[in-house]
Design a protein around this ligand. Sequence first.
Ligand code: PGA
Length: 256
Amino acid sequence: MNKKYRKALIAGNWKMNMLPSEVKPFVDALKLELPKQKSCDVAICAPFVVMPALMKATGGSRIGLGAQDVSAHDKGAYTGEVSVSQLKDIGTKYVIIGHSERRQYHGESDELVNAKALKVLEAGMTPIICVGESLDQRERGLTLAHIEYQVKAALYGMSEEMIRRCVIAYEPIWAIGTGKTATAEQAEEICGHVRAVIRKISTARTARSTTILYGGSMNAGNAAELLSKDDIDGGLIGGASLKSADFAKIIAATAQ
Ligand code: PGA
């Protein structure tokens, strides 16, 4: 992390876990476990139906409300979709865009990721844009080219100011939910590459100020080492965000 230039963020991604009725006991425990010192921003990205309970339980705390997806349409006849204005109306601050599970299981394209990110920015919320290579791409030496393409496509048409308001999460697909974390060096290399791509399409100042996260089996045991790297400004945490004590330890690891 380089807190001189950018904000650190630890964001939980609950995926399709947690019942609305389970939220209050979880948040009550987390509030007691959170470090007193505020060394990063904190968010939890919950399923849509769980978000109102999360909003209620976290009210007045430092935990920001996040969603895991959003529609690229404004309103109207899009059965099953949720709009940016609906998310904004309940107090949402962060929206995960283009998670690899959405790209893989719901066919989300880079164009759609870009359209959704633009909508989220227009509404004044923060998109957490996910990029990452598959194991096959890594083994064939395509990681850098793939990440460059994904970052450029996701940020297409954005001004410097808009890019600075984005959070990019580097999540190697082979490390998500597998227990196989990228080494701190591997994660740093690609997060640094993301920053270099931003520098190329924007300015050095924008690249320096954009928050870049690592995600993929980050946990209470490996967070401190990953977060000690200059270009890793925080984490997008799946499994370990479902255990309040582990999530709090990851948040505490940003104090270094
Ligand atoms: P994981 O998930 O921490 O369970 O690997 C991370 C993510 O998919 O965002």
